[in-house]
Design a protein around this ligand. Structure first.
Ligand SMILES: C[S@@+](CC[C@H](N)C(=O)[O-])C[C@H]1O[C@@H](n2cnc3c(N)ncnc32)[C@H](O)[C@@H]1O
Length: 241
């Protein structure tokens, strides 16, 4: 795969939005169940990248879904967090969670796509995305848009699945993504296609140097990768110079 080739070339944003609309009601439950709760630890680690580098930042959470990363980031005293997503149903659940947590003065959700971010240049200090970039129809364009809305020296933070290297770990990971996840996902959400798509998007998405090249193509500098849990997930950071 070349770096400019869209990962989801056979599927467009309205289809992806509809798919997430249809699984939104089960998303949080399945997310924590299927990750055995590790996803929370990964989000905390991603937020630490922000708190280590910024004081009271203005944050954009791209592909925010039901807002878990935005809610996690609310703990570092940001000036404001804006979450964007193409699925209205995911955002609706996010808004409910934010209201329950009394965070509505801090976190706001807007329906908008990553490939055409609905904010002016230099509006944020940090643009972050968790488990979303592999869904973008054009990931380099999405990353470029994230860079565009950053102020100078702002940071892009990406949390995404990567592939473990150890022999046993690698096989367990393949069994999990190829069989267990589509089966359990379709069982609980009654939406087989969405969980098959999730498996394919994880298997096909570039990682390590290839993803770093995508970030470079998007104009980001000082790119760093932190692999977590044996390489199952990675955090990538890049700076707008
Ligand atoms: C796997 S969920 C991740 C949600 C959340 N960030 C999390 O950590 O749980 C992926 C989200 O990306 C959204 N999404 C997919 N393509 C998008 C795009 N092009 N622009 C904005 N959001 C998008 C989907 O609607 C979905 O809510």
């Amino acid at each position: 795969m070349t770096i400019n080739q869209p990962v989801s070339q056979d599927i467009d944003n309205s289809h992806i939005g509809q798919m997430f609309d249809s699984i939104a009601w089960r998303y949080d439950f399945l997310n924590h169940l299927l990750s055995f709760g590790i996803d929370r630890r990964w989000r905390k680690r991603a937020v630490k990248e922000i708190s280590a580098n910024f004081v009271n930042p203005e944050i954009l959470d791209v592909a925010t879904g039901t807002g878990d990363l935005a809610i996690e980031a609310s703990g570092i005293k940001p000036a404001k967090i804006t979450g964007i997503d193409i699925s209205e149903n995911m955002l609706k659940i996010g808004r409910r969670k934010v209201t329950e947590k009394k965070l509505e003065n801090l976190i706001e959700f807007v329906k908008c796509e990553s490939e055409n971010i609905c904010f002016e240049n230099e509006s944020f200090d940090v643009a972050m995305v968790a488990f979303g970039v592999r869904n973008f129809t054009d990931p380099v364009r999405g990353l470029s848009e994230m860079r565009r809305v950053l102020r100078r020296n702002g940071m892009v933070v990406v949390l995404e699945f990567s592939h473990p290297h150890g022999f046993i770990f690698k096989h367990l990971y393949n069994i999990y993504f190829r069989y267990l996840l589509p089966f359990t996902g379709s069982l609980f959400s009654r939406h087989r296609e969405a969980y098959r798509y999730l498996n394919e998007s994880v298997m096909r998405f570039p990682e390590n140097e290839e993803f770093i090249r995508m970030m470079t193509s998007a104009g980001l500098s000082d790119i760093a990768q932190t692999r977590m849990t044996g390489g199952i997930a990675s955090i990538y950071t890049g700076i707008k110079k």
